[in-house]
Each structure stands twice: as C-alpha cells, then as structure tokens.
Write a protein that binds this ligand. Structure first.
Ligand code: HEM
Length: 128
C-alpha cells in the first residue's frame, strides 16, 4: 500500500464533509432567494472542494485498483449528485422545485457515503 494512501483518504473525506456542508448552505440560500449565493467566494469554493474530492477519490481508486463495482457506483452517483445539485442551486425555476432537487441530491449523497463505508453498491441496504 502506498504511503500516500491514508493522507489522501483523509483529504478525500475532509472534502466530502465540506462539500455537503457548503451544498446545504447554498441550497438554503437558493430556496430562500438570498443574494449571498452570488458572492464570489461562494461561487468558486465549491468547485475547488469538489475537484479535490474527485481527484483524491480517483487517486485512491488507482492505488487500490479501480476494478471494483462499488467504485464505479460512486463515480456514476457522483455525476447524478452534481446534475441534481445544479438543478437545486441554479437551474430549478421555482423555489419548490429547487427544494425538491436539493432533497434528492442530499439523499444521493447519503447513499454514496453508504457505498463508501460498506464498499458495496447496495450502500446502507446491503447491511439489512
Ligand atoms: C460525493 C461523492 C463521494 C462521497 C460522499 C465519498 C465518501 C467517502 C467516504 C466517507 C470514504 C471513507 C470510507 C471509510 O473510511 O470507510 C471514502 C473513501 C473512498 N472513496 Fe469516496 N466518496 C465520494 C466520491 C468518490 C469517488 C468519485 C471515488 C472514485 C473515483 C471515490 C473513491 C474512494 C476510495 C477508493 C475510498 C477509500 C476506501 C478505503 O480505503 O476505505 N470516492 N469516500
């Protein structure tokens, strides 16, 4: 195992926590129509954090060998999370639609965390 594995994993999980925290704050501002959403830092920071999250995830996957079904599941669901997430923050036309998209995005995120912890595509359900 590479000596870099645990520091990179730590960075990955730190980015995970920051990503969902910022997402929930931004989704709240989006639903309530707050101008804070347009702040420069609020617009740039999530991209930096999400890039760190994905890059560290890909490096970890490369170290342990990416040929695992649960890693593919995470990549596919990350794309879904980003897609539904942009509907919640930007593209949703009504506040109600943005709230609905935000709740779906958080549910997808919770499912991905379950995939990470169980190392099974069935996520939390694989523990039943
Ligand atoms: C929103 C997206 C993601 C979330 C919420 C997430 C969450 C997590 C969490 C919580 C862990 C720690 C698991 C543990 O300690 O048992 C983890 C580890 C890991 N993640 Fe992610 N991850 C995401 C995206 C990705 C992506 C896209 C990849 C691959 C391209 C990836 C690859 C990995 C790998 C290889 C590990 C290390 C597994 C281990 O050694 O325990 N992750 N992830």
């Amino acid at each position: 195992m590479s000596a870099y594995y645990f520091p990179i994993k730590h960075l990955h999980v730190t980015a995970v926590v920051l990503s969902i925290t910022l997402f929930i704050i931004r989704a709240y501002w989006s639903v309530t129509g707050s101008a804070l959403l347009q702040h420069r830092l609020v617009r740039i920071l999530p991209h930096i954090i999400d890039t760190v999250l994905l890059t560290c995830g890909l490096i970890l996957a490369a170290i342990i060998g990416p040929n695992q079904p649960w890693i593919l599941t995470k990549i596919v669901l990350l794309i879904a999370y980003i897609g539904v997430g942009t509907m919640a923050i930007k593209r949703g036309r009504t506040a109600q639609g943005r709230l609905f998209a935000a709740l779906i995005a958080v549910a997808i995120f919770a499912y991905i965390v379950g995939v990470a912890i169980t190392k099974n595509s069935g996520s939390w359900f694989s523990m039943l």
